[in-house]
Design a protein around this ligand. Structure first.
Ligand code: ADP
Ligand code: MG
Length: 323
């Protein structure tokens, strides 16, 4: 029901940045090579995400807006081996229940695409569209029917910062995908999509990796850790500049963040934090991403072992630099 969708939206869709995150993650799940995000007035007027991914079969487009109609889980066992970012089948119906949504999509080789229009969860149109490979989702009138949500939003400046932040993290997690962010006709970010994480770090933080950002790499039988960490003298005043990804999925985890900081031993000044981008490759059976609806907090088996590997890898790399 639309009400159930709105309740779910309360958990998953808090603000424009949540919509950007869900739509971009869907585009990533659809194997896109290029994702363009076009936003007006910090997403309050319009959010559009255009990808060149798999697209949705014409007959399944309406289904994608039904709750729990995910195409990403085939049986219960899959729940424990989730590789893709979305798997709950909640994002599209949730977004559609609190906004106006037009989704246009086509699969490769299809003779026609499909365009569906929903307003506050009610279907307005579902009709043929040009066969451009990929999916284009446009969200306007966000929270038009949930005034309490609308009131809860911060200033456009703050909302835009949150959008930029999530786009940066998704780009850091997916250096092989070309991601761009345009706000009010101005390009705020663009990654090349050539797989070069160094370049993405440089584009976001303005720091040439290799000089002040050190490549790190370490592994044990369960985990492989790799990425870039700043030299101890290159710090920031918050942990915001630490990005952790698991199998190229942006996550948040307090213990692992702490492990990165501990890798510096006492080389950081009080209240200062490194810049770091760390990806952890692991067997998906070791991670439970189903803890929080926004799917950013994850629960890990063998977390202490992984924390130790992260600290050690960073400690050794920094020691090497001081020789
Ligand atoms: P979930 O991602 O959890 O499966 P969503 O509500 O986000 O749920 O999406 C529902 C379904 O719609 C997905 O499972 C997928 O099949 C389809 N879908 C959504 N966005 C895209 C996209 N950009 N490209 C291809 N398929 C998509
Ligand atoms: Mg999704």
């Amino acid at each position: 029901s639309i009400l159930a969708d709105q309740i779910a939206a309360g958990e998953v869709i808090e603000r424009p940045a949540s919509i950007v995150k869900e739509l971009v993650e869907n585009a990533l799940d659809a194997h896109s090579h290029r994702i363009d995000i076009v936003v007006e007035n910090a997403g309050l007027d319009s959010i559009r995400v255009i990808d060149d991914g798999d697209g949705i079969e014409a007959g399944d487009v309406a289904l994608a807006f039904k709750r729990h109609a995910t195409s990403k889980i085939n049986d219960r066992k899959d729940l424990f081996r989730v590789q893709t970012m979305g798997f709950r089948g909640e994002a599209l119906p949730s977004i559609a229940s609190v906004a106006d949504v037009v989704l246009t999509t086509a699969q490769e080789g299809a003779t026609a695409g499909r365009s569906i229009h929903l307003h506050g969860g009610e279907m307005v149109a579902n009709q043929p569209a040009p066969a451009r490979r990929g999916t284009d989702v446009r969200v306007t009138e966000l929270f038009f029917n949930t005034p309490a949500r609308l009131k809860y939003l911060k200033s456009p400046h703050t909302e835009l910062m949150r959008i930029t932040d999530i786009v940066n993290r998704l780009a850091l997690a997916n250096p092989a995908v070309a991601i761009s962010l345009i706000h009010n006709d101005k390009e705020l970010f663009r990654s090349a999509g050539n797989g070069n994480l160094q370049q993405v770090v440089a584009a976001i933080y303005g720091i040439q990796a290799g000089r002040k950002m050190l490549p790190v790499q370490g592994s044990d039988p369960d985990f492989t850790v790799s990425g870039f960490v700043s030299l101890p003298e290159l710090t920031r005043a918050s942990r915001q500049y630490i990005t952790i990804t698991i199998n190229h999925r942006y996550i948040r985890n307090f213990e692992l963040t702490k492990a990165i900081i501990q890798g510096y031993e006492s080389k950081l000044m009080v209240g200062r934090y490194p810049i770091a981008v760390i990806n952890i490759d692991l067997d998906p059976v070791l991670v439970d991403v189903n803890v929080h609806p926004a799917k950013r907090e994850v629960r890990l088996s063998k977390e202490p072992q992984l924390a130790k590997l992260i600290s050690q890898t960073i400690r050794q790399r920094i020691a090497q630099e001081n020789l």
